[in-house]
Design a protein around this ligand. Structure first.
Ligand code: PLP
Length: 411
């Protein structure tokens, strides 16, 4: 079979949200690092689920419950295959990366981190990969240590061997930075962490969207990611973990579905993955996540990655023409993904975003839940344009034109 050419103009037609006018102008959606738009295939899967199959999972023996359970579990298998998990029982549904990271910080951390132990994270992390570890460190009397970053927003790893030591219990690092787009050399840190016996969780909220993830090849112990950034519904996410670690972990929340036997004083836990899925889960969301993975698999990650890279290169080149433009992050294209964080002269990033919005261009302004990164660069916020499979050169051209106007106003 001949491979079909990756064509973002055709792909765009799958996304109804992109077809609207915003303030009378066509929408250029460049806020993908926050959340992606959803293709019709995912919307159809949600409709079909609610119109025909809606019931609670696992508990019922009636037909609708059977169908809902099949849809929910088939989606888990699809996502497991997508990240090359050894088995789908290692795929735990969560409501997003944040919940996945908190799950590990509490369910693994409280039992394994003791006074005087160390947790290693990096300055580049999203708040959801900082705050849970601060909470854990405070509760257990542990110390948080940081991998620092250089002036291009890349990890400084020369002193990795001193940052890691026999007291390091957990290393929590991002695959791709949402604030700068840096693609981090996670494998190197995973290997070094394992040499001192530490457990590693990778925050894949951006990594799962912009890279081809193979959790077995990567070699981390846990990988956390969100469905809503990769075409799936909001409120969906995954914690992947190695079976042996998940098996010996305590549950995160107690309730229905996660138990085997409940007696007056104690209970026993259900098998994986259900031990970590207390209560009625986001069944429709999981079904939608499965449809999103089918959709992306059909297009192919190779095409998506190449397209994003080309768009990134084009955008960086064109943005460099704008007087006063200051782009943060690695200069080398190899080391960065589809995110451009920038400031423009004296214009406040909120003003940049507001002016662009009047032209139908959606970019984010703020600290991007990465205040340590902002502090590193001596700014309180940046504007951020982020790309995905449906963005086209015209979106970049319009962004550059809009930024030209911002430069004229504030110049
Ligand atoms: N980590 C990174 C790198 C992110 O980009 C995000 C979201 O922007 C998160 C964690 C948190 O993801 P969620 O809000 O889906 O839980």
């Amino acid at each position: 079979m001949m491979a079909t050419r990756f064509d973002p103009r055709v792909i765009r037609r799958d996304f109804p949200t992109l077809e609207q006018l915003i303030h009378g102008k066509p929408l250029a959606y460049l806020d993908n690092a926050a959340t992606s738009q959803k293709p019709q295939a995912v919307l159809d899967a949600l409709d079909a689920y609610y119109e025909h199959d809606n019931a609670n999972v696992h508990r019922g023996i009636h037909e609708l419950s059977r169908r809902a359970t099949i849809g929910y579990e088939e989606a888990r298998e699809k996502v497991g295959r997508w990240i090359n998990a050894k088995e789908s029982a290692e795929v735990i549904w969560t409501k997003g990366t944040t919940e996945s990271l908190n799950l590990v910080a509490m369910a693994w951390g409280l039992d394994h981190v003791a006074e005087g132990d160390e947790i290693l994270i990096s300055v580049l992390e999203h708040h959801s990969n900082i705050v849970p570890w601060q909470i854990l460190a405070r509760r257990r009397g542990a110390t948080l240590r940081y991998i620092e970053i250089d002036d291009e927003g890349r990890w400084i790893l020369e002193d990795l061997d001193t940052l890691l030591n026999e007291r390091t219990r957990m290393v929590a690092i991002s695959h791709v930075s949402n604030a700068l787009g840096t693609i981090n050399p996670v494998q190197r840190v995973i290997e070094a962490a394992h040499r001192v016996g530490a457990v590693v969780i990778v925050d894949g909220a951006q990594g799962a969207v912009h890279t081809k993830v193979d959790v077995q090849a990567l070699g981390a112990d846990f990988y956390a990611f969100s469905g809503h950034k990769m075409c799936a519904p909001t409120g969906t996410g995954v914690l992947w973990g190695k079976r042996e670690l998940l098996e010996e972990m305590s549950p995160y929340q107690g309730g229905g579905e996660m138990i085997n036997v409940v007696s007056r004083d104690e209970s026993t836990w259900a098998a994986l993955p259900h031990k970590f899925e207390a209560g009625t889960p986001n069944i429709a969301g999981a079904v939608g996540f499965g449809a999103a993975v089918d959709y992306l698999a059909d297009i192919g990650m190779d095409g998506i990655i190449a397209h994003e890279k080309a768009l990134l290169a084009y955008a960086l080149e064109r943005m460099a023409e704008i007087p006063g433009m200051n782009v943060y992050g690695p200069r080398s294209l190899e080391e960065r993904s589809a995110v451009i964080s920038f400031t423009l002269g004296d214009a406040h990033p909120h003003d940049i975003s507001t002016i662009l919005d009047t032209q139908g261009i959606a970019v984010r302004a703020g600290h991007h839940c990465a205040q340590l990164v902002m502090k590193h660069f001596g700014v309180s916020s940046t504007a951020r344009a982020s790309f995905y499979l449906y963005n086209i050169e015209e979106d970049v051209d319009r962004l550059v034109e809009g930024l030209g106007e911002v430069a004229r106003i504030f110049g």
